[in-house]
Design a protein around this ligand. Structure first.
Ligand SMILES: [Zn+2]
Length: 166
């Protein structure tokens, strides 16, 4: 299927894929000329949230922990590799993951609340409040068992909180 180049006003065929986001999950389809232009002008901050830009700025200004540095470098290296492959046509785009997958620790955390992977943040909140109330060590009959459950619920909740960026 040939679609038109995504560049506004361009009527050429969109034959080159250009990453829309830094995680490479979405793409523009450009003609060769506009793909080259896009890559040249690719803005490092273009698809970041204000929080991510702040964090990035902080890292650049104050330096970052070595562990974070490794991750950032790895991401950047992968992106640069991707762009190189993109420009030289070496990359097999079909191998790129198209769908967002739910990490296993998130699935496990949702299981604690007896919720499906499609659960919303709101549903998690409702379940969390109900269970936290039930197992709260101060109000429960079986204090030992409740303390264990309470810890488990809270740890799952924290994991999900991070995942949902709350
Ligand atoms: Zn074009």
């Amino acid at each position: 299927m040939i679609t038109k180049c995504d560049h506004p006003g361009c009527t050429k065929a969109g034959i080159c894929r250009a990453p829309k986001t830094r995680d490479l999950r979405e793409y523009w389809m450009f003609c060769r000329e506009h793909a080259a232009e896009y890559n040249k002008n690719w803005n490092y901050y273009a698809n970041m949230t204000p929080d991510e830009i702040d964090a990035e700025w902080e890292r650049e200004t104050f330096g970052i922990a070595d562990k974070d540095k490794e991750n950032v470098n790895k991401n950047e290296a992968e992106y640069i590799q991707f762009l190189n492959d993109f420009l030289t046509g070496r990359n097999s785009f079909d191998k790129m993951p198209a769908k967002k997958t739910v990490p296993s620790q998130i699935i496990s955390a949702l299981r604690v609340f007896d919720l499906p992977v499609t659960a919303s943040w709101r549903e998690i909140g409702v379940k969390y409040r109900a269970l936290a109330k039930k197992y709260h060590p101060d109000t429960s009959v079986n204090a030992d068992k409740s303390a264990t459950e309470f810890t488990r619920i809270n740890s799952a909740y924290e994991t999900l909180k991070k995942y949902f960026k709350k």
